[in-house]
Ligand binder design. Structure first.
Ligand code: GLN
Length: 276
């Protein structure tokens, strides 16, 4: 089978052209930027081992398995992350959370930052990479997810202190300048569930309105922040008003939201009283 035939096979199964090209490049051990190479060499034959794996890969992609799980990689905030089905497929929306966290962190000389529910480590690692003076900590309730985050940190040569456990439990008695989280926030009746079925439910579902974990974090994070510290949360496209109201009712100050690249209020945060 030639590369051109492999691509045609993928498109016959309904795969997008780009998805098929990226999947084939990953299978050949080539970087995603090598699309021009692929087009120039599409009369070459697929090595035997690759040809054997190809039908299974395109079948999984056609069933909605995220491309990142099949290639094993995802670009996030200029980092190349390794991902698998134990962690959420990192999304461009979440770069809003990183932008905001970096703004806050860069105002301090030696900020302490905690990422809760770190998954692949995407947020913690992007902060560590772009704000070297920051001391970044991160935790997750899933040991499988934490293993992915730790492996990413090692591979990227970034220093993050990892711990296993639910929300703030691993950080008993500790305070930070900044707490960030992309918690689960998909509501029970959300119409997007079919498209999310291959990702860990633990990282997505959070009660009837999707806000159970946000409520918990808004109620408990202040005990782990220094005076004037900030809590920044990602949430669903229609949850900004609810998260703002929750934060205000718990006494958070400077409550505000940030827009993602699609212009949707995607993150909400606030600070504790005091100056830092
Ligand atoms: N952004 C994801 C989605 O809606 C949800 C991520 C999350 O629950 N933290 O597909």
């Amino acid at each position: 089978m030639t590369l051109a035939q492999a691509l045609r096979q993928a498109q016959a199964l309904g795969l997008e052209r780009l998805d098929a090209q990226w999947l084939l490049l990953a299978l050949l051990g080539r970087p995603a930027q090598d699309r021009a190479w692929l087009l120039a060499h599409d009369e070459q034959s697929l090595p035997e081992a690759a040809a054997e794996r190809w039908p299974g890969l395109i079948a999984q992609r056609s069933q909605g398995v995220p491309l990142a799980y099949l290639t094993g990689h995802k670009a996030f905030y200029d980092l190349d992350l390794q991902v698998n089905a134990h962690v959420l497929d990192p999304r461009a929306d979440t770069e809003t959370l990183v932008d905001w966290a970096l703004e806050r962190a860069q105002e301090l000389t030696s900020p302490t930052v905690l990422d809760l529910g770190t998954g692949s480590g995407a947020v913690a690692l992007a902060i560590a990479h772009h704000c070297p003076p920051a001391q970044v900590s991160a935790s997750d309730v899933s040991a499988d997810a934490l293993a992915v985050a730790q492996a990413n940190a090692e591979r990227l040569g970034l220093s993050v202190k990892f711990a296993l456990g639910p929300w703030l439990t691993p950080w008993l008695g500790q305070r930070f300048d900044l707490i960030v989280s992309n918690p689960p926030y998909v509501a029970e009746a959300d119409p997007h569930w079919p498209g999310l079925r291959h990702e860990p439910r633990l990282a997505l579902a959070s009660g009837a309105d999707g806000l159970d974990d946000v409520r918990w974090l808004v109620a408990h994070a202040a005990e782990h922040l220094h005076p004037g510290g900030w809590l920044l949360l990602e949430h669903g496209h229609d949850q900004a008003d609810a998260v703002q109201a929750l934060m205000r009712s718990h006494g958070w100050l400077n409550v505000q939201s940030r827009l993602d690249k699609a212009g949707i209020r995607r993150c909400t945060g606030g600070s504790t009283a005091g100056m830092k």
